[in-house]
Design a protein around this ligand. Structure first.
Ligand code: G1P
Length: 304
């Protein structure tokens, strides 16, 4: 089976976890070191051979579209100032993928957002990458999660979703995989179902969905027939559950580091860790963390 060349990135969420910052800036445009979160997500898609990116936008998200537009004055100035390295970084993404933007007119949930991409997707398989989560390989020789999923899809021809193991306290934050009572010995493993954000008592496993998926086009039929689930929204996880009862759906654990960059705690963590890997910023940050931080930690420690 051919690898997918289209990816859907839903960016229509209201970003309420990150107010007031996200009142007028989409959370996907918050900066990690020197690029917006969405930049890293699209880089991951490009590594997987994606050529067309479908952004599902809500109201007030035009800053994301603007980011992918040409900016003549800026580019002209960078050229005149011989700042080609900055120009390259700006163009890195824009020249490699087509960005297609679709408006989700009503905030009816993640599943509904994915379904909005149908006119562009047709009957082809496609990837979904959640727009506020950054996934990075742990080491340079390792692949990005979406590239790994894509390879697995090429081999089986069936929908394959990334999974990660989590702690019991986190079960209610994620879609959880049901392996039918026995944990698989080998991966990718066929799943028996999925549950969106269960209570710990009802959680079928401690394997969660980190927000990276490859689907056969039949998921769109499941989404069309999906009734509102958790929070009264059309849930992608519910459609995946129905799909898994009709055709094989596989799960593949990811070794990538995952940053929940649209979260108040995940955001500074992503800035520090990705900053440490950055060639210009890394040495300064390392120096700060080694020399200043221990003192600051002492000064700001809460009395016990
Ligand atoms: C969404 C999905 C959930 C998934 C999670 C990953 O939830 O519905 O299945 O595990 O993303 O972050 P959200 O975080 O949008 O509430």
């Amino acid at each position: 089976m051919k690898k997918p060349t289209k990816a859907v990135i839903p960016v229509a969420g209201l970003g309420t976890r990150f107010l007031p910052a996200t009142k007028s800036i989409p959370k996907e445009m918050l900066t990690i070191v020197d690029a917006p979160i969405i930049f890293y997500v699209i880089e991951e898609a490009i590594h997987a051979g994606i050529q067309d990116i479908v952004l599902i936008q809500g109201r007030g998200k035009t800053a994301i579209e603007d980011f992918f537009d040409t900016s003549y004055e800026l580019e002209d100035k960078l050229m005149r100032d011989n700042k080609y390295y900055l120009l390259d970084r700006l163009n890195e993404i824009r020249n490699k993928v087509n960005i297609i933007s679709i408006r989700q007119k009503h905030p009816l949930g993640l599943g509904h957002a994915v379904l909005c991409a149908q006119p562009v997707l047709g009957n082809e398989p496609f990837a979904v990458l959640l727009g506020d989560e950054i996934m990075l390989p742990q080491a340079p020789h390792e692949d990005y999660t979406t590239a790994e999923l894509s390879k697995a899809f090429e081999a089986t021809g069936h929908s394959t979703v990334a999974i990660m193991s989590i702690q019991e306290v986190d079960v209610q934050k994620y879609g959880i995989v049901d392996f039918g009572g026995r944990l698989p010995q080998e991966f990718p493993a066929r799943v028996a179902g999925f549950v969106e954000k269960p209570n710990l008592n009802n959680a079928p496993s401690l394997w969660a969905l980190p927000g990276r998926y490859i689907f056969s086009s039949s998921i769109l039929d499941e989404l069309k027939n999906q009734k509102p689930g958790k929070l009264g929204e059309i849930q992608l996880t519910d459609a995946m559950n129905s799909l898994s009862k009709k055709e094989p759906v596989y799960a593949l654990p990811t070794r990538n580091i995952r940053y929940d960059a649209g979260d108040k705690v995940g955001y500074p963590i992503a800035n520090i860790e990705i900053g440490l890997r950055h060639p210009d910023v890394g040495p300064f940050l390392r120096n700060y963390l080694q020399n200043q931080l221990p003192l600051l930690l002492k000064q700001t420690a809460r009395p016990s």
